[in-house]
Design a protein around this ligand. Structure first.
Ligand SMILES: [Zn+2]
Ligand SMILES: [Zn+2]
Length: 165
């Protein structure tokens, strides 16, 4: 979505609000099955002493599949977005600066980039998900399986490494 900023450019203290549903279907992780509540970006762009600051929050509720145990779970999103909008890039190092296109800014570029960067690299049903037993395939969150006792400590370390992948 493009936002027209001509009313706030050059008017310190003014701001413009937005609230929309960005299309993130093309950038979702394979672990995301569907959106239970649409991904939404809500925030504002304000002119503070001549500099345009964007602040927003991305929310949504996703149905995901756990990377470790393959169980389905729900994940609530609450991702902060911050950016500075400028007419030209004076500080190449700062990746939070986005270019204006005349009086307009392309919100999707900022919101979708933040969405991708803030997405967990690992989708876990819970932080300490025990995963599946590599030998018998049992979901270890539901309790230990029969083969645990037979594994020697060295193999257990290897198993942990495999589980963390
Ligand atoms: Zn899990
Ligand atoms: Zn087992």
């Amino acid at each position: 979505m493009r936002i027209d900023l001509h009313e706030i450019i050059g008017v310190p203290g003014s701001s413009v609000a937005f609230d929309y549903e960005p299309d993130v279907s093309g950038v979702n992780s394979d672990a995301v099955i569907e959106a239970l509540e649409p991904v939404r970006a809500k925030g504002r762009i304000r002119n503070s002493a001549g500099v345009l600051y964007l602040e927003a929050e991305i929310t949504g509720r996703l149905k995901c599949v756990c990377d470790r145990c393959a169980a389905e779970f729900e994940k609530s999103l609450r991702l902060p977005v911050k950016a500075v909008l400028a007419e030209e890039l004076c500080d190449e190092e700062n990746s939070d600066i986005y270019l204006l296109d005349g009086d307009y800014v392309d919100l999707d570029e900022i919101v979708v980039t933040a969405y991708v960067l803030n997405m967990d690299t690992k989708f876990l049903c819970k932080e300490d998900c025990k995963g599946l037993c590599p030998r018998c395939g049992k979901n270890l969150n539901e309790g230990p399986c029969g083969c645990r006792g037979e594994i020697n400590p060295q193999l257990a370390v290897l198993q942990q490494l495999l589980m963390d992948k």
